[in-house]
Write a new protein. Structure first.
Length: 171
């Protein structure tokens, strides 16, 4: 957050260019053609605010509406698309492997909570499962040393700033 604020104070600007790996970009595009831009907005919101929960970040992104969706009828574009993204991640999509849309879990999904309670979502309870993921996940920062994110680098005369996406369950 400090690094982003420093760039902004120097009149710098952030524009999404691409994901680091083309496979991840293609996986996102397979889920929804606007998902790379939506995820980039949510990641940027995370690093430039004090919010970390997916629901808060999506709410902030929705209120700013950076992709200029027609929200005159109160469609929840960002929420809907992020719920699909979270579901696909939970059921098998990986950023480094080609995603074909086929879920690893076909019958249901078990979640063991920290207190030992077990939640069971059958594929028929997809809406409940999506709502659970949406309400119980957050973005987190990974090690900047290990993943080399949060630094400015130069490529072909242009300056770039690498951000990192890491999703975790809220404890």
């Amino acid at each position: 957050m400090d690094r982003i604020n420093s760039v902004l104070k120097l009149n710098g600007q952030f524009d999404f260019v691409k994901t680091e790996r083309q496979i991840f970009s293609n996986n996102l595009t397979l889920i929804d053609s606007k998902l790379p831009e939506i995820v980039s907005q949510i990641v940027y919101e995370f690093y430039s605010s004090d919010k970390s929960s997916i629901s808060d970040l999506v709410e902030n992104t929705n209120s700013k509406n950076p992709l200029n969706f027609d929200t005159s009828n109160e469609h929840k574009f960002y929420e809907y698309k992020i719920k699909r993204f979270l579901t696909d991640i939970a059921l098998g999509m990986m950023p480094s492997k080609v995603w074909n849309g086929q879920y690893d879990a076909t019958g249901g999904y078990l979640i063991v909570k920290e207190n030992g309670d077990i939640l069971c979502y059958h594929i028929y309870n997809r809406n409940e499962f999506e709502n659970y993921l949406f309400s119980n996940t957050k973005l987190d920062t990974a090690s900047s040393n290990r993943h080399d994110f949060g630094s400015i680098y130069k490529e072909n005369g242009e300056l770039y700033f690498k951000l990192n996406l890491q999703i975790r369950f809220i404890k």
